[in-house]
Design a protein around this ligand. Structure first.
Ligand code: DGL
Length: 275
């Protein structure tokens, strides 16, 4: 029998806060436990084995803190670790607990967004190389043509708070030109990395008006709400006192300063070691 606890939200660093804030807005009554593995971020260019190992450690830590449901609010971790954790680790860790990712819910909605049936994915090297987006999209919408573009400079631009400065323009334009040259029929671009919503205005400014941008947060929030409606047994073990506890594997002070950029509010953060 599971003991009620908060919903765990994991990211390699700050990016998952863009997902958490949408979840909090839609479901403010729930408790959350956010963990950012900032000391080992970015995950984007790390190997499959390393991303899997780090993510498994984080899931175990969130389970130990009482979470029964953990959301991998990181595309790279969802792409490289989710399936293995669900299939290999969950049965021995605790078969009643659940780990969900953010790629499948994004793939689900894309069929109703694109008209041209040509979709582009912007993400980290790891997410694009894993082919997770084309695989998940094709399971649901086999007619959609999917083109990926790795944007390795975009996360550092956000982390270093350069996202609204002129220096960011070069890298953003370069990747957008590249993906649209690969498939000029694209009418929908998925921001397949949790940091990219902070670049939204800049990205929009370089795109023709007919191209729609899909930012994941609101879809992930709706999908989580729907999941809890369909799984009342899990909802019953999610505590609801409207509290969020933040943890980082780096300096709490550094985390809380940077987090204000993502959350627009001050937060209290604790340090946690995963090694
Ligand atoms: N959070 C990661 C993602 O959504 C990006 C940051 C990283 O590379 O660790 O892919």
């Amino acid at each position: 029998m599971l003991k009620p606890g908060p919903i765990g939200v994991f990211d390699s660093g700050y990016g998952g806060l863009t997902i958490l804030s949408e979840i909090q807005s839609l479901m403010p009554e729930y408790d959350y436990c956010y963990l950012g593995d900032n000391s080992r971020a970015p995950y984007g260019s790390r190997s499959f084995d390393v991303v899997y190992e780090f993510t498994r450690q984080a899931v175990e830590a969130l389970f130990d803190m009482g979470c029964n449901l953990v959301i991998l609010a990181c595309n790279t971790a969802s792409a490289k670790a989710l399936r293995t954790i669900q299939q290999n680790d969950l049965p021995s860790l605790n078969p009643e607990k659940r780990v969900l990712g953010i790629i499948r819910p994004t793939a689900e909605i894309i069929g109703s967004v694109t008209k041209s049936r040509h979709v582009g994915i912007l993400g980290t090297i790891g997410t694009i190389q894993s082919e997770s987006y084309p695989i998940e999209i094709h399971k649901l919408h086999p007619d959609i043509q999917v083109t990926g573009e790795a944007c390795p400079m975009w996360v550092p631009l956000v982390e270093n708070r350069e996202y609204d400065k002129e220096g960011a323009d070069y890298f953003i334009k370069e990747n957008l030109d590249s993906i649209l040259a690969k498939d000029p029929l694209i009418d929908t671009l998925i921001l397949g990395c949790t940091h990219y919503p902070l670049l939204l205005n800049k990205i929009k400014s370089f795109l023709p008006e007919n191209i729609q941008l899909v930012s994941q947060g609101e879809y992930i929030a709706r999908s989580l709400k729907d999941y809890l409606n369909r799984h009342p047994e899990m909802d019953a073990v999610c505590t609801k006192t409207a509290n969020t506890h933040y943890f980082t594997t780096e300096s709490p002070q550094k985390f809380s300063e940077a987090a204000t950029v993502f959350l627009n509010k001050d937060i209290v953060v604790d340090r946690l070691s995963l090694e």
